[in-house]
Write a protein that binds this ligand. Structure first.
Ligand SMILES: [Fe+2]
Length: 251
């Protein structure tokens, strides 16, 4: 089973300046590369929109995803509007209150999708996560926009962490199951290992951040996707980079 993860698209309105980066062309490029790699499934892990949820942007992304004819699933990030996103992608039935969260099973593998668009994992979702983790002992894969940990990236850890990351991390660790969590949000490539919990942060299709800087500092403008490949007992993941597109010289 091969799943391809794409994250942090940050598509702006048609004439909006997105720091000089051609975010639409970047997304089209990533989808072309994804198509060549022919995964079984694609997961988009949030921040589809540049600043905030927008119907035109969701419709544009929806049409692009439909056109490549690879099954896909999607969650919201802090620059999204979960309801608007759910409406465009036909997921409204999966919403509970403000949250869009759900479980999929692909080739016998449970995949949990969580909504952290409020920069928090709600009580409802925490309870749902606990109940899912308490049943069985097999490997679990989780997709959520924010990493449930500080990642050693000072600018993001200090300014934009998941507010209740400690609580979420505790629930994941207490289950004592092999859990692989796939996130975005940080615009870096990073893996955090804690006992049987692995947290993978995937680079954005917008720009990548300097991992050591306390202030906001762009590292580079290459874009990436991540591949997860697994069978019943084996598991591997790998990030692949491509050249990003810019509308004008970015400093
Ligand atoms: Fe984000």
């Amino acid at each position: 089973m091969r799943i391809l993860q794409i994250t942090d698209l940050h598509i702006g309105e048609v004439y909006e300046d997105t720091f000089g980066v051609d975010v639409r062309k970047n997304f089209v490029t990533i989808l072309e590369k994804a198509q060549q790699s022919a995964p079984d499934h694609i997961v988009i892990t949030g921040d589809l929109c540049f600043q905030s949820g927008d119907m035109e942007i969701y419709n544009w992304i929806h049409d692009r995803l439909e056109s490549i004819q690879i099954p896909y699933s999607i969650i919201a990030g802090n620059h999204d509007d979960s309801k608007m996103l759910a409406d465009v992608f036909g997921l409204r039935h999966l919403m509970e209150g403000e949250d869009l969260f759900y479980k999929l099973k692909l080739n016998g593998q449970d995949l949990l999708y969580l909504d952290t668009s409020s920069d928090n994992l709600s009580k409802t979702q925490l309870n749902w996560l606990k109940s899912k983790l308490s049943k069985g002992s097999e490997r679990i894969i989780v997709f959520m926009h924010h990493p449930p940990a500080h990642a050693g990236v000072p600018f993001m850890d200090e300014n934009y962490p998941l507010k209740n990351y400690q609580e979420v991390q505790e629930v994941l660790l207490q289950s004592n199951r092999e859990i692989h969590v796939f996130c975005g949000h940080y615009h870096v490539e990073k893996t955090i290992q804690m006992d049987k919990l692995s947290i993978y942060i995937t680079p954005s299709t917008f720009f990548q951040l300097d991992q050591d800087s306390v202030a906001f500092k762009v590292d580079h403008h290459d874009i990436a996707y991540r591949v997860l490949e697994f069978g019943p007992t084996d598991f591997m993941t790998e990030v692949t980079y491509f050249k990003g597109h810019q509308l004008k010289k970015v400093v």
